[in-house]
Design a protein around this ligand. Structure first.
Ligand code: ADP
Ligand code: ADP
Length: 232
């Protein structure tokens, strides 16, 4: 589903070079909940942005859904972007739009009819348990509810892959568990492959089947969560 082959990313800022990702190879299979864990500055967000087509690697190859990102056409790129959903630590909702409007947004961009949008948004509101919040604005919601909206919006175009950028880091432990359970349901019910980055071990333990440990731009360990983080 997602394959990185010897990927490096070098940033140049103010004449200084920062190698944020160094020679990373990874294979994320369809249906995986794959976690990347590491301290701040390890290169996790850069890796996620590379997979999300927001950044290009300096060297190496990235293959997503059988498309080689080095040689993908702009038409296929547009197609592929629809197949990747993303959620964020700070939710990134549109504050001036209602819950309904936030979830409808990606479908509006695709010029879906009002009826189609209504059907899909209703379905998604039900899936994330926010049927009664359709007309609320983000500021009227709790953190957990905002992330549910984020998840519904990310799922609107029926992606194959969901990228999660520290999606529970702003939430208390109980709400974190609720959101992690919801992500597990996303993975199981829709067979969506999940790639998440986190600095929290409990997130990895709770929902991931595979994990890579990142340090200074490199993957220093990778495998089944059970093998890497088995209790001593
Ligand atoms: P993490 O997500 O694990 O905290 P990042 O991918 O954000 O790590 O950062 C990895 C390294 O790359 C850090 O040293 C960071 O300062 C640097 N970096 C990230 N983005 C940029 C950028 N746009 N320009 C320059 N340096 C960057
Ligand atoms: P926007 O996101 O465009 O700023 P809204 O969030 O108010 O605006 O709604 C977007 C569209 O969805 C509008 O056409 C509106 O009629 C419709 N809509 C908004 N809320 C609901 C709802 N609860 N049920 C059905 N349709 C809705």
């Amino acid at each position: 589903m997602i394959r990185l082959e010897r990927v490096s990313k070098i940033y140049e800022s103010g004449g200084k070079k920062v190698e944020a990702v160094k020679d990373v190879s990874l294979h994320i299979k369809k249906g995986d909940i794959f976690g990347i864990i590491g301290f701040s500055g390890a290169g996790k967000s850069t890796l996620l942005r590379l997979v999300n087509l927001l950044e290009r690697p300096t060297t190496g190859n990235i293959i997503v859904d059988n498309y080689d990102l080095n040689s993908i056409s702009s038409k296929d790129l547009r197609q592929l972007r629809r197949k990747i959903g993303m959620i964020f630590q700070t939710f990134n909702l549109f504050n001036s739009r209602t819950v309904y409007g936030n979830i409808a947004y990606p479908l509006k961009l695709e010029k879906k009819s009002k009826e189609e949008i209504h059907q899909r948004v209703t379905e998604l509101l039900q899936f994330v348990g926010l049927e009664d919040k359709a007309d609320k604005f983000p500021e009227q919601l709790s953190g957990g509810q905002k992330q549910r909206v984020g998840i519904a919006r990310a799922l609107a175009t029926s992606p194959d892959i969901l990228l999660c950028d520290e999606a529970t880091s702003a939430l208390d432990p109980e709400t974190t568990n609720e959101i992690l359970n919801l992500l597990k349901k996303v993975n199981e019910e829709f067979n969506i492959t999940i790639l998440l980055i986190t600095h929290e071990m409990n997130v990895i333990r709770k929902i991931c089947n595979r994990v890579a440990v990142m340090e200074n731009g490199r993957i220093i360990e990778e495998g089944e969560v059970f093998n890497i983080f088995s209790n001593p």
